[in-house]
Write a protein that binds this ligand. Structure first.
Ligand SMILES: O=C(O)[C@H](O)COP(=O)(O)O
Ligand SMILES: [Mg+2]
Length: 410
């Protein structure tokens, strides 16, 4: 028996007035998700615990059975691992946004128009930057998915106890990065970061990629906003932890990085953009071929609903949920598979960020005690046989259904 966890990133939402009080998932036409709900056991799931606003990273760690409060050192090292930067002990890694600033360094678009092309050329320019007075610190900068990027600082006397530069909203300048513990290393790291943010605008404002973007009416990616500082985390390999061989199909560097750092085989999918324009057929084909390989476990993350949520794009989120549902309808019957469909957190279009609302979860497969739930949605699921569980319960439940769980006791 194989185990599959399909996470529709940010899919869960809140009741919306334009949907007569339904959530996008409840309002969308989802015959296939409903069929799965009807053939499985349903519930609602707090990725970490009730009311905690989980990030994609801490949520996935929890769902995979890792304690995020123990293993999570920050988003940076996971994002870095996802784009092939081998973060070493002593390195400090950051997730970054390609963003747009005006001549006063006020951020006018935190995501540079959700830039999709030209970021590797921009990354090359950032990599060539020298920071005066800190020549002993190597800058490693790599584009990730879309507007996302990775910065790794490699050198002596660095620390991850620093704040973010991302102001998290437009109309403000980048936040001054500060030490959070007063250590000399973190103060040195903060100084380097503030110089990198300022220098990035100088070297990018007239970059050919940006001049072309401006000429085409697109927001230039003329500044980088580091956030999520972290040192390399110590994460037990998934195969060591559970004794099963795992693969990961994900669109964003972050989730690829979680797959990478937990020792999963990360399967790249051509055309997977992480947005609502992603190639769901390509993802479906990759799922099918990976399930035909000799993996015991497959983690799938599809990101477009989260992006629509962050953009406040109600129509986009509805349509994308229906596209994912259609993709599920095109999947072949999976007999010897315990399949879990859920989300990693709620990203309500009315909030445009993650919230702590529990997400719906359904489990189908041999031995599942099918309940009476007839549709897949945040409120329908609450009436199901799983009742309310936490992300940290999922691997235990899944391994038990896969008959791979050791007995606790005699
Ligand atoms: O999608 C992501 O990477 C995060 O969930 C949010 O990133 P953002 O703040 O750049 O939208
Ligand atoms: Mg997420």
């Amino acid at each position: 028996m194989k185990g599959v966890i399909m996470i529709i990133d940010g899919m869960a939402d809140r009741p919306h007035e334009k949907l007569s009080g339904k959530t996008p998932l409840e309002a969308a036409e989802t015959p296939n998700m409903d069929r799965i709900a009807e053939s499985g056991v349903n519930g609602i799931m707090d990725p970490i615990k009730p009311g905690v606003r989980a990030g994609s990273d801490t949520s996935h760690l929890s769902i995979l059975g890792y304690d995020p409060y123990s293993v999570y050192t920050g988003r940076g090292p996971f994002e870095a691992a996802g784009v092939g930067v081998d973060v070493k002990p002593g390195d400090i890694a950051f997730r970054c946004n390609f963003a747009t600033a005006d001549e006063n360094l006020v951020i006018t678009d935190r995501r540079a128009g959700r830039i999709r092309s030209g970021t590797s050329e921009i990354a090359r320019t950032i990599n060539s930057m020298e920071i005066e007075g800190f020549e002993d610190v190597e800058i490693i900068f790599r584009e990730s998915t879309g507007h996302r990027a990775v910065l790794v600082l490699r050198g002596p006397d660095l620390a991850d106890s620093v704040s973010d530069a991302d102001p998290k909203s437009e109309g403000k300048p980048p936040k001054k990065v500060k030490s959070t513990d007063g250590s000399p290393e973190s103060m040195r790291t903060a100084e380097i970061l503030n110089m990198i943010v300022e220098r990035s605008y100088e070297v990018l404002k007239d970059h050919p990629v940006n001049l072309k973007r401006i000429s085409e009416g697109e927001a230039p990616a003329n500044i980088i906003l580091p956030r999520g500082a972290g040192a390399v985390p110590d994460v037990e390999k998934f195969q060591t932890r559970y004794g099963i061989r795992a693969a990961c199909i994900a669109e964003t560097g972050l989730i690829k990085g979680i797959g990478n750092l937990t020792g999963m085989d990360v399967i790249d999918v051509e055309g997977a953009t992480g947005g609502i324009d992603t190639d769901l057929d390509g993802i479906r084909e990759a799922i099918i071929s990976t399930l035909n390989d000799d993996y015991d476990f497959l983690l799938i993350n599809i990101d477009g609903a989260d992006e629509a949520g962050h953009d406040g794009d109600l129509e986009g989120k509805l349509e994308f949920i229906e596209k994912v549902d259609a993709m599920l309808g095109d999947m072949p019957e999976m007999d010897d598979v315990c399949f879990i469909l859920t989300a990693d957190h709620s990203t309500p279009v009315s909030v445009m960020d993650h919230t702590g609302d529990p997400v719906p979860i359904v489990i189908t497969g041999p031995g599942v005690r099918v309940d009476g739930v007839k549709s897949f949605g945040e409120r329908a699921a609450a009436a199901g046989g799983l009742c309310r569980i936490r992300g940290s319960d999922i691997m235990d439940i899944l391994l038990d259904l896969m008959n791979k769980k050791d007995k606790f006791g005699a």
